[in-house]
Design a protein around this ligand. Structure first.
Ligand SMILES: Cc1cc2nc3c(=O)[nH]c(=O)nc-3n(C[C@H](O)[C@H](O)[C@H](O)COP(=O)(O)OP(=O)(O)OC[C@H]3O[C@@H](n4cnc5c(N)ncnc54)[C@H](O)[C@@H]3O)c2cc1C
Ligand SMILES: CSCC(=O)[O-]
Length: 403
């Protein structure tokens, strides 16, 4: 019983930093942990440290509204997000950890004629990309989600882009599952260890300064979401990223009333119901750059008011909790998986408001880039150079809610 009891409690070692590693990853969020996991699993590289200034999963990965989908427009996005969505399908088995993946279906409402045309276009693109989506009419929307008012006076529901195998997963469990697997492979996850400086020699990285001492490495991955520009500045280069708060809120728990995810870009909100019964509600980013992770009253008003015509039931709900994260927004709303101007330094960032769904696919592609020093087919289009070349991968419409 004692061994079993200890086995149950064992999650990941609270490792002490060594003086040097083959690879150092800054940021123990979902993307950093998944990158480490696939480095070990796909490439046999395990002399790895994942450095986290707070607690693992405490950044955006532990603060998001957990929507998983791959119904983006561009071919490069479809390859990345569909790889990720398909890895989520068996992630619990892969990690032997229940990440509670729930393919309950995701719909993006069309509430203007422009959105009808836009989502029909995306549905056609998805069918060419091997992503299973379809454009459905208002009757089907009502059948799938009876609490929706499809005949609202200002924004009637004209249809939706429907992805049946989209859904949600438990965000903490995704981080914890990857962390335990990395620890079991002998990697060191070092929490409460902030990177405060990055050293290099003759244009190549040599190590990092941290609040727990210096650590040498010749291969460094910066995976720090809203703080990516801060880390890049330590290394002496800049990133085309803006950091803004993105907020979310949950209502008091109520009886099951919604078993799909609904996103409404026109009114700028989205909603699902958690397994505990809370309505999980999100909207757009705050209108200014900041590093706060707090909620704000005006946001409740803005987001709930936007959704109340489409979901009248929320007008009588009490809101329970509100919070924010710091999202790393690129101009084209697509991520950056890339080498950098400093030899041996790589970045995985720019996931903005929609990177939770990409964690497994991003980790897979980033591990490949780190192991081989050059991007594979999935990471290839997402290099930093696209911003110099003007080769945008424009997903500003497909972003969760148009930001
Ligand atoms: C409110 C909200 C709702 C969202 N909803 C969704 C959604 O429904 N679906 C979806 O796909 N995406 C969603 N997202 C986006 C998604 O959460 C993020 O894109 C994703 O979690 C980013 O993961 P990450 O690992 O890159 O970053 P994080 O999880 O933020 O991890 C980065 C880590 O780096 C650490 N760090 C920073 N600086 C340092 C340093 N100097 N030294 C050491 N460590 C450092 C931080 O502490 C942090 O833990 C949402 C985001 C928010 C905020
Ligand atoms: C925060 S928006 C969620 C998404 O991109 O599906």
């Amino acid at each position: 019983a004692r061994r079993h009891h200890l086995g149950w409690q064992r999650a990941w070692r609270d490792a002490q930093p060594k003086r040097a590693y083959d690879v150092v990853i800054v940021g123990a969020g979902g993307h950093g942990l998944a990158t480490a996991y696939y480095l070990g699993k796909n490439h046999g590289i395990t002399n790895v440290a994942i450095l986290e200034k707070g607690w693992l999963g405490g950044g955006n990965t532990g603060r998001n509204t957990t929507i998983i989908r791959s119904n983006y427009l561009q071919d490069a996005s479809a390859a990345l997000y569909e790889k990720s969505r398909s890895l989520y399908e068996t992630l619990s088995q892969e990690l032997n950890y229940n990440v509670m993946y729930s393919p309950r279906g995701v719909m993006m409402l069309a509430q203007t004629e422009g959105e009808v045309r836009g989502y029909r276009r995306t549905a056609h693109a998805n069918s060419l990309q091997g992503v299973a989506t379809e454009f459905i009419g208002p009757e089907r929307v009502k059948q799938l989600c009876p609490i929706i008012e499809t005949k609202g006076p200002r924004y009637p529901v004209l249809g939706a882009l429907w992805q049946p195998r989209g859904g949600t997963a438990r965000h903490d469990a995704v981080a914890w599952g990857y962390a335990r697997a990395c620890s079991d492979m002998g990697m060191d996850i070092i929490q409460r260890c902030e990177v405060t400086g990055i050293s290099s020699e003759n244009g190549h990285v040599t190590g990092v300064e941290t609040t727990r001492g210096s650590i040498a490495t010749r291969k460094l991955a910066l995976v720090t979401a809203g703080h990516s520009s801060v880390l890049a500045e330590m290394a002496g280069f800049r990133l085309p990223i803006e950091s803004l708060p993105l907020q979310a809120l949950v209502s008091e728990p109520i009886k099951p009333c919604m078993d799909v995810v609904v996103m409404a870009n026109t009114v700028h909100g989205y909603m699902s119901q958690s397994d505990k019964g809370e309505m999980v509600i999100g909207g757009g980013t705050d209108g200014y750059n900041a590093y706060t992770q707090r909620g704000s009253f005006h946001h409740i008003e803005e987001t709930v008011r936007a959704l109340v015509e489409t979901f009248p039931i929320i007008s009588r709900l009490k809101m329970l909790r509100q919070w924010g994260g710091i999202v790393d927004m690129t101009g084209d709303r697509s991520p950056i998986l890339s080498t950098t101007p400093v030899g041996g330094i790589f970045v995985n960032c720019g996931w903005g408001t929609g990177g939770f769904k990409a964690i497994p696919g991003s980790g897979w592609a980033m591990a490949d880039l780190l192991a081989r020093g050059a991007p594979g087919p999935i990471a290839g289009p997402f290099g930093l150079e696209r911003f110099r070349e003007g080769r945008m991968i424009d997903e500003s419409v497909a972003a969760g809610v148009a930001h």
